[in-house]
Unconditional design. Sequence first.
Length: 326
Amino acid sequence: MKNEPTIYVAGHKGMVGSAIVRELQARGQTKIITRTHAELDLCNQSDVAHFFQTEKPDQVYLAAAKVGGIYANNAYPAEFIYGNLIVECNVIHQAFLSGVKKLLFLGSSCIYPRLANQPIVEEALMTGTLEPTNEPYAIAKIAGIKLCESYNRQYGSSHGIDYRSVMPTNLYGPGDNYHPENSHVVPGLIRRFHDAKRQVAPSVKIWGTGTPSREFLFVNDMAKASVFVMELNKEQYEANTSPMLSHINVGFGSDISIRDLAYLLKEVIGYPGEIEFDTSKPDGTPRKLMDSSKIQGMGWQATTPLKEGLYEAYQSYLKYLDAQKT
Ligand SMILES: NC(=O)c1ccc[n+]([C@@H]2O[C@H](COP(=O)([O-])OP(=O)(O)OC[C@H]3O[C@@H](n4cnc5c(N)ncnc54)[C@H](OP(=O)(O)O)[C@@H]3O)[C@@H](O)[C@H]2O)c1
């Protein structure tokens, strides 16, 4: 690749970071720098400074974060706010000091108010109260957006930097977290249907009525969106954002009820039993869908149909189980 930039993908062992590395490699990118958490703790300021000064990457994808479900967010709020703020401050500031011109920060749809109008537009940011269960995490993610914007505003012209942010909806796919207490909806259901199939259980019980709807995006599509936003020309990016409202939503474009998702997974996994909805359990927010018309208007669209993505996710779960055995 002519004039190939050197790209650091922070968090390359994670679900999103590994998908970004696969996407960059598929595009012929060879100069990719990675460090595992054990090799470089991004909470350690002097180690991060030394890394950037030594490696001097041209671009950074910031996909390292302390991530978890409701249980972990509720149980460890201090770790979630500190762990994410410090990683963002260290990476963004040291990237700037070492001369990184382009950086992409990955946030999350939880930055939006709990009662935001649906579908959620970028402009909904900071217009209302956050969901209390993940407020510390969301505040750290909002700070990440504002770090990028503030560095652009102060140093954009003088240092030629261009730091951008994308806000993904719920993601699923290879590399997902299948922890029994700490996983998101799709990996949690994959695990439960697979276990029920193996144990020949007559039914799988799902919390709530199954009527709430959610949006799910295959992680390979998210990786494509990340590279798409990183590579958007500056004029087009600036025409679609403003200096203090610069983040871009990345969603599948439509939502599905938990009931329909459960029946789709039952089919994909080949579980022959019944699905029971435990209506004594709470449903949560009735609907959560991002408005992705901004990125779609610029030319990106999710391409993996949900059923196909769920099939691939299940295949990767089977590989993960095999790897656990060896
Ligand atoms: N998964 C989703 O559904 C989803 C949805 C919306 C947004 N996102 C965003 O996408 C990004 C990546 O999420 P993901 O699902 O890929 O999470 P993930 O699988 O947990 O990956 C995060 C990676 O960051 C690493 N990391 C965390 N703290 C670190 C530190 N102090 N130093 C070095 N490495 C560190 C983790 O390493 P260890 O595991 O070794 O700690 C892990 O490899 C996050 O910003 C998240 O908010 C994800």
